[in-house]
Design a protein. Structure first.
Lengths: 399, 306
């Protein structure tokens, strides 16, 4: 039986799905027009779980940079998409895929963890998207496995502990006990340390990534009674380690030297327990240059706390993207990376030089945990261990 | 490794086990006796730690902080049961998993909104930061001894509560047949709420004990939740005695594995590969143990008598 369809029935037949599809297409068309000039940046960091503090610092740093840049990157409207990798490599891979394929970002940046960087490196660089690290600098992608679409705005993992190795070597420390988490960065850190420290290595202990109780390791350390101990324990692992170190009275057994354990992420929880602790770093809140002064003051005003190097490097990564787009006049990955490869990028560490593998050539400072004039714990630069320090993998890198 | 160091490490393992027991005790009550899958138990640890740390900062007294934090943990558990959990008893396990997983996210975010994402400062009072010589030449932090004492006290407390008191008898009765127990005039609703709150309270105490040792931050309880699930699976779900013994075993295996395995591997492997394989294998030890136990005793080492 046939029935003449009324206009209303026709409209009904064009069911919700179809209308939605049509609307979707229309939106896509419109958005493509309006987004053509918008720079899209995917910012991947760890916002949940135990490492959430570091990720929040990174987001704060990036947001502050966007405020200072007036919400624009290279003079163009910009959108920063923050994603939470939960410190899981599989989640990081999925997020990277989403950022590249569905959000179609121009740059992927952030990334705290070296193992996550290793997980997403190929995927992002091979899709002709620029990957700018704001923290992780694993050695495999600095040497033979380097890629022209990867730029580091932080450091190569070995650089910072190399500074500590040199300092301890120069200070005439005869033997040392090493401890670090069992993952890519942990291995890089100890490798970097040993490159410049030539004394006796009493033992090399690898702990679990994310470990919270170090009592067993401290007992073993006490039995070994080394004159000095060098430790890499980032984020909350650093809080746990230094707390337990103090509680076990280890100061009377061994002298503690750290990298990435005493900073503005861990100091608020450690307070005076960390005073006097020595560490090396490429940045410090008291680093004296106009960009850093502005950054630290604005961060303190906004968050009522000192920024950490995580925040500073994220700030720098956004400044670098701004610089690359402004100089090249393009959001093309190749054009942007050619600008960054030239170096002289304005950052909180001054004008940053770039090596041939697109990792920074920079100073390494010795820092001490001190009280500032207001009685707040922070770090102060004691000396410059290395000037314009290059990483040791650049020579193996051919694009 | 010398014998005294071996003893010291065994003691460390024991202390780690006791801490685990504090968390697992409440979980085994909730999981075994109430037959409710509760994943947000780690959040109770976090609530306890935050309550103690912030109250200690407020009162400038560690003991007062703990004293006030215990009822807070209890009532947090009580309120949670009243507001959310009681609506989930009749749902199947998968829905309970989903709902309580959602609670984890909720609590982490709530803590982040309330206290900020950074770790709280929580340290030991001067009176507890000394050392005791447990063996000649082995100083042991006083606070860790206190943790062991508190753990023991809780273990005995739970044991007496479940096996010797009228409340414990009704809990056990309610576990084996809720409808019949209710028919005999026991208020099952109230009973469940009480058991849940007690479980939460023990987890809170674990958090208070962990606070000065580790960093007090959002999500601090999750890694502990997985280990305590391992503990109650090894011990037999619902058995407090099983949870105690399994917690000690897991603490021992984990600690000894971490310390001994790299040393053992180094004796017949290259240094570099031993350094890599040792910690990796050590972190698997407890799960291997769980798998072995499940093969030979699928209901755990000490399944409760039903």
């Amino acid at each position: 039986m046939f029935q003449k369809k009324t206009g209303f029935a026709l409209l009904q037949e064009l069911d919700v799905k179809k209308i939605a599809t049509i609307a979707g297409f229309a939106a896509l068309l419109f958005s493509n027009v309006s987004l053509a000039d918008t720079v899209k940046v995917g910012f991947m960091t760890t916002l949940s779980g135990g490492a959430g503090i570091t990720g929040t610092q990174m987001r704060n740093g990036a947001e502050l940079a966007m405020e200072h840049l007036g919400g624009k990157l290279g003079g163009r409207d910009a959108e920063v998409i923050f994603v939470d990798d939960q410190r899981k490599p599989d989640v990081a891979k999925q997020l990277a895929n989403r950022l590249i394929k569905s959000d179609k970002v121009d740059v992927v940046t952030g990334v705290i963890w070296s193992n996550l960087m290793m997980a997403i490196h190929k995927q992002v660089t091979r899709s002709d998207t620029l990957l700018i690290s704001a923290n992780a600098g694993p050695s495999p992608i600095a040497g033979k496995g380097c890629h022209k679409n990867f730029v580091s705005m932080s450091w190569q993992n070995d650089q910072t502990p190399e500074g500590m190795g040199k300092y301890m070597q120069d200070a005439g420390i005869k033997s040392v006990y090493l401890m670090s988490p069992n993952y890519q960065a942990g291995k890089d850190m100890l490798a970097g340390f040993k490159r410049y420290y030539k004394g006796e290595i009493i033992s090399e202990v690898y702990t679990k990534l994310g470990q919270s109780d170090f009592q067993a390791e401290l007992s073993a350390l006490r039995a070994a009674a080394p004159p000095a101990t060098f430790v890499f324990q980032p984020g909350s692992m650093g809080i746990n380690f230094i707390k337990q170190w103090k509680q076990a009275g280890m100061d009377s057994v061994s002298e503690l030297y750290t990298v990435f354990a005493v900073d503005a992420v861990t100091l608020p929880a450690l307070q005076t327990a960390a005073l006097g602790a020595l560490g090396t770093q490429t940045w410090s809140p008291d680093l004296d240059n106009p960009i850093n002064r502005k950054f630290v003051a604005a961060y303190k005003a906004k968050h009522d706390a000192y920024p950490s190097f995580y925040a500073a490097q994220s700030y720098d990564a956004m400044l670098a993207i701004d610089h690359a787009i402004a100089q090249s006049g393009s959001t093309d990955a190749e054009a942007m990376r050619l600008v960054l490869a030239k170096g002289d990028i304005p950052t909180t560490r001054g004008l940053l030089k770039m090596n041939t593998n697109q990792f920074p050539i920079q100073n390494i400072y010795l820092r001490e945990a001190v009280l500032d004039d207001d009685g707040v714990v922070t770090t102060k630069i004691l000396s410059t261990v290395f000037e314009d320090h290059e990483d040791s993998y650049a020579k193996d890198c051919r694009f | 490794m010398t014998f005294t160091l071996f003893l010291e490490q065994a003691f460390n393992g024991f202390q780690a086990g006791i801490t685990l027991f504090l968390i697992a005790a409440g979980l085994t009550l909730i999981l075994g006796i109430m037959d409710f899958v509760f994943l947000a138990h780690g959040s109770q640890v976090m609530i306890g730690a935050y309550a103690a740390a912030s109250l200690t900062a407020l009162t400038q007294n560690f003991y007062l902080g703990i004293l006030f934090a215990i009822p807070i943990s209890f009532f947090a558990g009580y309120a949670l049961e009243y507001l959310v959990i009681r609506h989930l008893y009749k749902r199947d396990h998968m829905e309970q998993v989903l709902a309580t997983f959602g609670l984890i996210l909720f609590f982490n975010e709530a803590i982040r909104v309330g206290f900020g994402p950074a770790a709280l400062h929580s340290n030991l009072p001067a009176s507890l930061s000394g050392f005791v010589y447990i063996l000649p030449e082995i100083p042991y932090p006083e606070f860790r001894l206190l943790v062991i004492l508190v753990g023991f006290a809780c273990a005995i407390g739970i044991h007496l509560l479940v096996s010797r008191t009228r409340l414990g008898a009704t809990v056990r009765a309610g576990a084996s047949n809720a409808a019949m127990t209710a028919a005999l005039g026991v208020n099952i609703t109230r009973l469940r709420r009480l058991v849940f709150a007690i479980g939460a309270c023990f987890a809170g105490v674990a958090g208070m004990m962990l606070g000065p040792l580790t960093s007090v931050e959002p999500g601090m309880g999750e890694p502990l939740l997985i280990l305590s699930l391992v503990v109650i699976i090894i011990g037999g779900i619902g058995s407090v005695r099983g949870a105690f013994i399994a917690a000690i075993i897991v603490g021992m295996v984990d600690t000894m594995g971490r310390v001994m395995l790299p040393v053992i591997l180094r004796s017949f492997m290259e240094q570099a590969s031993a350094d890599g394989a040792g910690p990796a294998l050590a972190s698997m030890m407890v799960y291997i143990l769980m798998a072995v136990v499940l093969v030979f005793k699928p209901t755990g080492l000490f399944p409760p008598n039903r």
